[in-house]
Design a protein around this ligand. Structure first.
Ligand code: E4P
Length: 218
C-alpha cells in the first residue's frame, strides 16, 4: 500500500520524507489556506522534496476553467497530479486532462457510483473521504469495500483507490485489508502508526537491563 501525506506543511513533509515511508503528497485549498503561503510556491517546493505524485487542486468550477488551471498546475513540475472535484465539470476536465497525459486525482467522492464514473473518466486516483462519511453517521469503510469490489470486477479500469479523510490508524489498517492502493494520511496519523505502548514499555525495560551490564556496543 502506498502512503501519501495529506498536508501543505513543507517542514512536516521534509521530516516525514526522511522516514522513507512517503510515496506522495496530497493538498487541498483548505490545507493551502492553513499553510498561509502562496500555492504555486508551496507546490513547487513539495514537488522538489518528493518524486511521487503531488496533488494540487483546481478551484474553478467549470470544465474550461478547471482545464486551464490544471494545465497551468502541470507546468509547475512533472509530478503534479491535478486534483478535480467529483462534479460533472470535474469529470469532463478529468477525461480531457488524462487524455493529455496528466495524472488526475478526482476528489470529494462519497459514493460508489461516483467512483465508477471517475474511473470511466480516466482518473489516476479516486479519493473517497472516509472520515467525513463517519462524521455524518455513515460507514466510510463500507464505501472503500464497495469501490474496491467494483474496480476488481473490471480489470481494465486502472484507477487507484486513494483513501482520504483518514482520521486514525484503524482506517489505515482497514483500508489495507480491503486492498485499497493508497492512503493519504495527516502527519499525526503517520506518527500514530509507529507507536505502541508495549513497544515503549519493552524498550525501557531492555535499556534498563542493558545499563546494569555496564557494557557498550561501540
Ligand atoms: C484528500 O485529498 C483531502 O485533502 C483530505 O483527505 C480531506 O480530509 P479531511 O476530511 O480531514 O479534511
Amino acid at each position: 500500500m502506498k502512503f501519501f501525506v495529506d498536508t501543505a506543511d513543507v517542514g512536516e513533509i521534509r521530516s516525514l520524507m526522511d522516514t522513507g515511508l512517503l510515496d506522495g503528497v496530497t493538498t487541498n485549498p483548505s490545507l493551502i489556506a492553513k499553510s498561509g503561503r502562496d500555492m504555486k510556491q508551496v507546490i513547487a517546493e513539495i514537488c522538489d522534496i518528493t518524486p511521487g505524485p503531488v496533488s494540487a487542486e483546481v478551484t474553478a468550477t467549470d470544465a474550461e476553467g478547471m482545464l486551464a488551471e490544471g494545465r497551468f498546475l502541470r507546468t509547475i513540475a512533472a509530478n503534479v497530479c491535478v486534483k478535480v472535484p467529483l462534479t460533472e465539470a470535474g469529470l469532463i476536465a478529468c477525461r480531457r486532462l488524462s487524455g493529455e497525459g496528466a495524472m488526475v486525482n478526482v476528489t470529494l467522492c462519497f459514493s460508489a457510483a461516483q467512483a465508477l464514473l471517475a474511473a470511466k473518466a480516466g482518473a489516476t486516483f479516486i479519493s473517497p473521504f472516509v472520515g467525513r462519511l463517519d462524521d455524518i453517521g455513515q460507514d466510510g469503510m463500507e464505501l472503500i469495500a464497495d469501490i474496491v469490489e467494483i474496480y476488481n470486477n473490471y480489470p481494465a479500469l486502472t484507477t487507484e483507490v486513494l483513501v482520504a479523510s483518514i482520521r486514525h490508524p484503524v482506517h489505515v489498517v482497514q483500508s489495507a485489508k480491503l486492498g485499497a492502493h493508497v492512503a493519504t494520511l495527516p502527519p499525526a496519523v503517520i506518527r500514530q502508526l509507529m507507536k505502541h505502548p508495549l513497544t515503549d514499555k519493552g524498550l525501557d525495560a531492555f535499556l534498563a537491563d542493558w545499563k546494569k551490564t555496564g557494557q557498550s556496543i561501540l
